[in-house]
Design a protein around this ligand. Structure first.
Ligand SMILES: Cc1cc2nc3c(=O)[nH]c(=O)nc-3n(C[C@H](O)[C@H](O)[C@H](O)COP(=O)(O)OP(=O)(O)OC[C@H]3O[C@@H](n4cnc5c(N)ncnc54)[C@H](O)[C@@H]3O)c2cc1C
Ligand code: SF4
Length: 447
């Protein structure tokens, strides 16, 4: 079957995560990423030839993680929840301008700036909210510290990043920020000798729990009674003091803000398929993985703290240089304590995504395979998953989304947050049971 037809099947099945890898691999022909209500998807028109078989690199089909582990890290990780770890710290940028402007501690932005200023890279590939219009986001090349800072913060809607690879200048070196599956594909492309991928010397990746379909923004505005004619003039997902709030300013000057824990009510209605199917929370194939350092102690202090995981000695050395020069603060931490902060989301990915993918396949639908399965899945965990999936199924359709807009956000936010915390408590025993002893069964590599 021609590659583009196989990719189209993956897109139609809803498994495409919009990474842009297949478009990057086009040798000749008409291909681009196109915006849809479900995020960017590839448009592959007419006869197309590829540098390499794009289906082998498609995370919508699945990437064999154990195989990639053995090639990138020369062995499997000691801990399958977090991936291979060289060092783990809690940290933040020393420069308050960077830290206050960032999603958590500003570690990703300050590392990119340091790589640029020490000429380790010629430019950074980052994602910027506000392009081509305020509610959308695009991957861009940042050549200055100011451009990197202007792209700080997390973008919680899907953005393709890897389709930029063919635009890299020959002979130049880059760092990229990308989500977990995109980091894994990029590693595969490097291993396969795809030259633009090899020009990317450093991968910096956020921990990634959930993202939202783009039309969540429109529905959020309806719950705030903003008229459709009043367009968005600016949008920030994590404005203000950490953990930050969603801030939307409209052309008429209205400023709508919602605490992060409140606008989470959009998740059951708009959670992306990629968030539900991916088994990698900690960005296991990034050189540097960074998440929020959730703990009551840090949250009380505000300002912004990150969990900072270096996955190889070179990145550890770069962090040590930055620390020595007073650019970042890093406090020692152990991997166990760091993953405990994210136990709920790690379970959502490492066991939840596996169960969800399996259930889809049993129902005769396509879903990606990551080459491993959790051992000893107990019945209570499967039961919890059935409840979660039932809620997503019930919420993720047009009627439920419309009903949601009938209620004001001021009411939905706190109610949802209360229910979320209750559910977290109820499901905690099942979700944490056996998590520390997480072991996997590995299937034969298929690629
Ligand atoms: C969709 C998504 C879900 C997340 N879920 C969680 C979670 O559940 N738990 C948790 O602890 N942390 C999560 N994070 C990570 C967290 O929000 C911060 O990104 C992380 O702590 C890094 O903070 P920082 O201050 O060092 O980053 P900053 O210094 O603010 O830099 C962030 C960098 O990431 C880039 N970036 C932002 N969004 C994207 C994107 N969509 N694709 C590629 N690059 C991007 C920006 O261009 C910027 O360079 C998520 C991030 C994203 C994008
Ligand atoms: S997941 Fe990536 S490689 Fe696969 S079809 Fe979508 S954009 Fe292409």
């Amino acid at each position: 079957m021609p590659y583009s037809r196989e990719l189209t099947k993956i897109v139609r099945a809803g498994s495409c995560i919009g990474c842009g890898a297949c478009v990057a691999l086009v040798k000749s022909g008409n291909a681009s990423m196109t915006d849809t209500p479900r995020g960017p998807v590839p448009s592959l028109n007419g006869s197309i030839t590829f540098h390499l078989n794009p289906v082998e690199f498609c995370p919508g089909k699945g990437i064999h993680y154990p195989d990639l582990y053995s090639k990138v890290f020369s062995g499997y990780p000691d801990n399958w929840l977090t991936g291979h770890i060289d060092t783990v710290h809690i940290g933040y940028a020393k420069d308050d301008k960077i830290r206050n402007n960032a999603a958590s501690g500003g570690i990703i932005s300050s590392t990119l700036i340091y790589l640029l200023q020490t000429a380790k890279i010629d430019a950074a590939i980052v994602v910027k909210q506000g392009l081509p219009v305020p509610e959308k986001a695009r991957v861009i090349l940042a050549h200055t510290a100011e451009e990197i800072m202007a792209s700080s913060q997390s973008v919680y809607i899907p953005v393709s990043t890897l389709d930029i690879l063919p635009k890299l200048e020959k002979g130049k070196r880059y760092a990229i920020t990308c989500l977990p599956e995109q980091s894994a594909v990029l590693r595969k492309m490097k291993l396969a000798g795809y030259e633009p991928a090899r020009q990317v010397k450093y991968i910096l990746g956020p921990y990634t729990g959930t993202a939202l379909y783009p039309n969540a923004i429109d529905h959020f505005l309806r719950t705030n009674r903003i008229k459709r004619t009043d367009q968005i003039s600016s949008l920030k997902w994590r404005a203000g003091e950490w953990p930050g709030h969603l801030e939307i300013i409209t052309d008429s000057g209205k400023v709508i803000t919602s605490k992060k824990v409140y606008y989470n009510f959009l998740i059951p209605f708009f959670i992306t398929r990629a968030s539900l199917q991916n088994m990698d929370f900690c960005n296991e194939f990034a050189d540097l993985s960074v998440g929020d350092a959730w703990s009551p102690d840090y949250e009380k202090q505000g300002k912004g703290f990150s969990v900072v995981v270096s996955r190889n000695p070179e990145m550890t050395g770069i962090l040590a240089e930055m620390r020595k020069k007073g650019l970042i603060v890093l406090e020692e931490n152990d991997a166990g304590a760091a993953s405990e902060m994210h136990g709920h989301m790690i379970d959502f990915k490492k066991r939840g995504s596996y169960i969800r993918n399996r259930m889809r396949r049993i129902a005769g639908r396509k879903s990606p395979d990551f080459g491993y399965a959790p051992q000893n899945l107990h019945f209570s965990r499967i039961l919890v998953e059935l409840v979660i999936d039932f809620i997503f199924l019930l919420s993720g359709n047009r009627v439920s989304r419309f009903i949601m807009t009938l209620f004001p956000e001021k009411f939905l936010g706190p109610i949802f947050n209360g229910l979320r915390l209750k559910w977290k408590n109820i499901s905690k025993p099942a979700k944490r049971k056996g998590l520390r002893e997480y072991r996997v069964k590995i299937s034969e590599p298929w690629q």
